[in-house]
Design a protein around this ligand. Sequence first.
Ligand code: PAN
Ligand code: ZN
Length: 167
Amino acid sequence: MSGQFWDETAFQTLFAELGNIPLYEVYELTRPAVPGELIHGISILHSGIVGNEYFMTKGHYHVVLETSELYHCLSGQGVMVMENLDGEWEILELRPGVSLYVLPGWAHRSVNTSPTEDLISLFAYPGNAGHDYGTIETQGFRKLVINRSGSPAVINNPRWLAPTERL
Ligand code: PAN
Ligand code: ZN
């Protein structure tokens, strides 16, 4: 996750203090990479803060942009940050019992906004989806979710880089 948080100094300080601790864990049943299969599993995103940014997943597009994903929150509280290559974005709440659909073509990242609890979600996506981490690594998400006086707030990502070329 180095380079993914807005406050890289805070990330490096935490890393130096705690070592290479996992911010999140993913357990999934791998299935053949074909459209008829559903890869599914559980994501456990721990609670914590880097600078004033909540612990979050790295986030990605699917390599096959036409593939979608279903999330169902089992426990905790958080949000799903989503955006597409046309510049649209959306941030939806995750709380126990909420199902959330990530549309084809939308990058997605989950963020744990609880001060104490893990954010635990079940997910399922097509076997052929694949993961493109590079696009988000390079340009980031347009929006960040930060802790402002104890509550989540959405801000523009000051480090967001517009793609020089659109697909
Ligand atoms: C999820 C994610 C999981 C971890 O299974 O892979 O939440 O997030 P990152 O992959 O961004 O590190 C999913 O969206 N699969 O497609
Ligand atoms: Zn995905």
